[in-house]
Design a protein around this ligand. Structure first.
Ligand SMILES: Nc1ncnc2c1ncn2[C@@H]1O[C@H](COP(=O)(O)OP(=O)(O)OP(=O)(O)O)[C@@H](O)[C@H]1O
Ligand SMILES: [Mg+2]
Length: 283
């Protein structure tokens, strides 16, 4: 069953209209319309500063909404935020280096909130470690992990509670293609087999192409959400960026760039993007 068919009355993981959000009191996104079906895997793209992190933090209630309407997992506003696991773009510095992987994941277990009592902790930690294929690392100190291992452990921590959605902010950054694929494959399985909704920001669209159901591009304070073929084409991206954009395909790779070539800051390129636009829309 495709994600579209799962979207009933409350079948949207994220539903927004005219959403306005910002960070640190600054307005970043304005007029964002989204309808993200439950159980879908959405890649979120946009140049540095486009507002990807701001959107995630706003969906989680970490930044106050500046306007518009938000429903998350069928509930108004951010009431359902406890059912959303979040892996931030950056860790707080040095916060966990001395912990073992098992203790790091266990530290996020919210026994009281879920009413499971502390007894469920070991099972929840074991399941989370297994989900991310890091069970063999359980006794390692956090500061003795590779970058790819660390990212998988960070996602395991976000999964230790019974969440229904994951917001993963740049989990592929600085990883080699194999480590990226490992994370993408697990994220895909979480959607397909467990019905989780996953939103993942990234700078290169290519590694996500075989895995994601939807793409969300952010630029100029607006957003464009849809299937890859609906969004990743010259007319759609030109409208969003407010300048002529070109989309080239070569050997299965997508390259997105300003139609005139790379110029000033604010233009886009190979699936990474860097730009500016106009209308916000979903599907
Ligand atoms: N704490 C803050 N206070 C004020 N402005 C901020 C703060 N954090 C980010 N900004 C600004 O908000 C805008 C959106 O930033 P955001 O971090 O959401 O972008 P992003 O798309 O996640 O970028 P990146 O790809 O670099 O992670 C930028 O102009 C940024 O400079
Ligand atoms: Mg960011």
């Amino acid at each position: 069953m495709t994600p579209e068919h799962q979207a009933g009355a409350d079948g949207w993981a994220v539903e927004t209209s005219e959403l306005r959000c910002g960070i640190g009191g600054r307005s970043v996104l304005d007029g964002i319309h989204l309808r993200i079906p439950l159980g879908s895997f959405v890649g979120v793209f946009g140049s540095n500063g486009a507002g990807k992190t701001t959107l995630f933090r706003s969906l989680l209630g970490l930044e106050p909404l500046q306007g518009g309407r938000l429903r998350l997992l069928g509930r108004d506003g951010v009431a359902a935020r406890t059912q959303v696991g979040y892996v931030a773009q950056r860790d707080p510095p040095g916060a966990d280096s001395f912990l073992s992987v098992r203790s790091y994941v266990a530290a996020a277990w919210q026994a009281e909130r879920w009413g499971f009592g502390d007894a469920g902790r070991a099972d929840a930690v074991a399941a989370a470690l297994q989900s991310m294929e890091v069970d063999d690392l359980a006794d390692r100190p956090m500061d003795a992990l590779s970058g790819g291992q660390r990212q998988r452990v960070r996602i395991a921590q976000a999964l230790v509670n019974p969440v229904r959605m994951l917001l993963l902010d740049e989990p592929l950054a600085n990883l080699d293609p194999q480590a990226q694929q490992r994370i993408l494959e697990v994220a895909r399985r979480l959607c397909s087999e467990r019905g989780l909704t996953v939103l993942m920001t990234a700078h290169d669209i290519n590694p996500l192409l075989p895995h994601m159901d939807r793409v969300l591009y952010l630029a100029n304070g607006k957003g464009l959400l849809g299937r890859v073929d609906e969004v990743v084409n010259a007319p759609s991206l030109s409208a969003l960026y407010g300048l002529p954009m070109a989309v080239a395909r070569d050997g299965g790779y997508v390259f997105i760039h300003p139609a005139g070539g790379f110029m000033a800051e604010g233009a886009a390129h190979c699936g990474h993007d860097h730009a500016a636009p106009e209308s916000g829309e979903a599907e």
